[in-house]
Design a protein around this ligand. Structure first.
Ligand code: FES
Ligand code: FES
Length: 160
């Protein structure tokens, strides 16, 4: 007997896409396995590390815990969709050596991109630390990540 499937329509990185998924397919599986958007990482696959963070209707969500069916009719943005002015964030991470293996970086960028939009203006380190508490990094010790985000917030507030 054929497996049941769902047809979804979603705006993915500003382009409308139509995809067929199984009801149990996660958003992470859809992005990586069906759409080849492998920038979104699979770390723990259980909601603990934040590596799979994407934005759904502008809000950070864990793609490993989100069913693909949930995003039918929604707008999804992945790290591949951080382009134009939003792409400067990655450059600032690079300037601060805020990525080593880089595995956590896409999820962090999606979380930070959201933070900078909902909390414009300079940010303090503790505020950033709290905002990023769901994104784990096993490499950097977090200080360089905090440096990068504080700098990005300052530059954005100065229009630089
Ligand atoms: S892979 Fe989703 S939270 Fe770790
Ligand atoms: S840079 Fe390696 S996990 Fe964060």
């Amino acid at each position: 007997m054929p497996r049941p499937t769902l047809t979804l329509t979603t705006t993915l990185n500003d382009r409308e896409v139509h995809v067929v998924v199984e009801p149990r397919t996660t958003l992470l599986e859809l992005l990586r396995d069906q759409l080849d958007l492998v920038g979104t990482k699979s770390g723990c696959a259980s909601g603990d590390c934040g590596a799979c963070t994407v934005q759904v209707d502008g809000v950070p969500m864990l793609a490993c815990l989100t069913l693909a069916a949930r995003v039918d009719g929604c707008s999804v943005r992945t790290v591949e969709g951080l382009t134009g002015p939003r792409g400067r964030l990655l450059q600032i991470f690079v300037e601060h050596d805020a990525a080593q293996c880089g595995f956590c970086t896409p999820g962090l960028l999606m979380q930070v991109d959201h933070l900078l939009r909902v909390r414009p203006g300079p940010l303090g380190r503790e505020e950033v630390r709290t905002a990023l508490s769901g994104n784990l990094c096993r490499c950097t010790g977090y200080e360089k990540i905090l440096d990068a985000v504080v700098d990005a917030a300052t530059r954005a507030s100065e229009g630089a």
